[in-house]
Design a binder for this molecule. Structure first.
Ligand code: MN
Length: 255
């Protein structure tokens, strides 16, 4: 998210559904005030225009064009719209695969959509994707390996819950990882996050889906807490962790 004017952010929320909160516009103001570089992910291509309008003058909010795997069963027909809009954006998401029990029935359709999105991104080049991989990390990585070589685009695995071997494979494919507070609430995932290379880490809220203290997480409030937890886990100071994550974002967007 290269700043439209050159103010460097203090924090990073690389995956937040700003348009699913009742106070979307207020959130944009909060992200700018708190200097949280925020990627507003969308779940259907039809949401793209409105998100762009609202974020048009924001310093720190950028919009990603998405088609969520959990919506593919009803929204596969919007894939051509995504392909048409793709030229307008550097950021793509939320896209990916979900093989959880509620969505497994649409898995074939999800694969068709995800493969086409990867191909289209590879054709245009230079895109940054935020990717969902629930119970499907192996397949997600195989599609990326085949269809989106690292010199044609970069993938950020959002809410990664794969194994240590899958994480290693993702690192080799050039992927980044965006870490949310819910991931750090589980010992198993903490161990995995602790083992990831520090130059591949970003933070996210995945709000409003991720809740904390009985409310939806918000970038300006919850990202600093996630950075602090991440710093403890990785035995860094919170300042070092915050700097590292902003610097990782800078490298990612200048690639
Ligand atoms: Mn999400």
């Amino acid at each position: 998210m290269k700043p439209q004017n050159s103010t460097s952010p203090k924090w990073v929320d690389f995956h937040c559904h700003l348009d699913l909160y009742p106070d979307h516009e207020r959130l944009i103001v909060e992200c700018d005030q708190a200097e949280v570089a925020t990627l507003a992910v969308t779940t259907t291509p039809k949401a793209w225009r409105r998100n762009c309008e609202l974020a048009a003058s924001a310093r720190h909010v950028r919009v990603a064009l998405g088609l969520h795997p959990q919506l593919v069963a009803e929204r596969e027909s919007e894939l051509p719209l995504l392909e048409r809009l793709l030229e307008e954006t550097r950021y793509v998401g939320e896209v990916g695969l979900d093989a959880g029990p509620r969505f497994y029935r649409s898995f074939d359709a999800q694969e068709r959509v995800f493969k086409r999105v990867l191909e289209a991104c590879a054709e245009q080049g230079g895109k940054i994707l935020t990717v969902h991989s629930v119970r499907s990390v192996g397949k997600v990585l195989s599609h990326i390996e085949r269809l989106l070589p690292s010199d044609r685009g970069t993938v950020v695995l959002h809410w990664f819950t794969g194994s240590a071997n899958e994480a290693k494979r993702a690192v080799e494919l050039g992927c980044y990882f965006s870490i949310n507070s819910q991931m750090l609430a589980s010992t198993k995932h903490c161990n995995l996050v602790a083992s990831l290379p520090s130059d591949r880490l970003l933070t996210e809220t995945d709000g409003p889906f991720v809740q904390r203290e009985g409310r939806s997480t918000r970038p300006a409030i919850d990202i600093p807490k996630t950075v602090q937890a991440l710093a403890m886990l990785r035995e860094q100071s919170p300042e070092q962790a915050a700097e590292q994550i902003v610097s990782n974002l800078r490298v990612l967007v200048s690639s």
